[in-house]
Design a protein around this ligand. Structure first.
Ligand code: HEM
Length: 121
């Protein structure tokens, strides 16, 4: 009787551990895609992007996605002079290299996805 009880409680314990391991991650938050893909589909022209080339109104194109980065600029860890020249432009190469041959982190990719507003063809 006692052995059965021990067996069943052990089985239940590991079942609970398994279910928790499969359904959670990120400090108990439900699991989600590590790299949320930007998914704004609205078509925008490069001419329109070029009209948003100021720190108070800054759009960029990275891998055909258009991002409105106005709200993010004050958060960016570099000097403003590093990122501002890319407002209104195609900035894939700059983003992928930080203009120093080093890629941005996954955290940066995730932040970027929040600002997608459309895409260019
Ligand atoms: C497209 C022009 C951009 C350039 C030239 C650029 C350049 C840089 C530089 C020089 C640094 C600091 C030094 C370093 O970490 O090596 C940096 C850090 C960082 N940038 Fe950018 N950046 C750009 C756009 C962006 C965008 C659009 C985001 C996100 C929305 C972003 C997010 C970050 C983050 C989170 C860091 C901290 C380090 C890391 O996580 O990689 N950057 N960037």
């Amino acid at each position: 009787m006692m052995r059965r009880l021990v067996f069943f409680s052990t089985a239940v314990f590991w079942l609970v551990v398994l279910v928790l391991a499969l359904t959670t991650g990120n400090n108990g938050e439900p699991m989600r895609n590590e790299r949320p893909a930007a998914k704004a589909d609205k078509l925008v022209t490069m001419a329109e992007v070029a009209r948003h080339a100021r720190s108070e109104d800054c759009w960029m194109v990275i891998d055909t996605q258009v991002y409105d980065l106005t709200a993010y600029l004050p958060e960016h860890p570099s000097k403003p002079s590093i990122i501002l020249p890319w407002c209104g432009k195609e900035a894939s190469e700059a983003y992928k290299t930080k203009t120093k041959g080093r890629p941005h982190s996954e955290q940066a990719d995730q932040a970027l996805a929040n600002y997608a507003i459309g895409r260019v063809e």
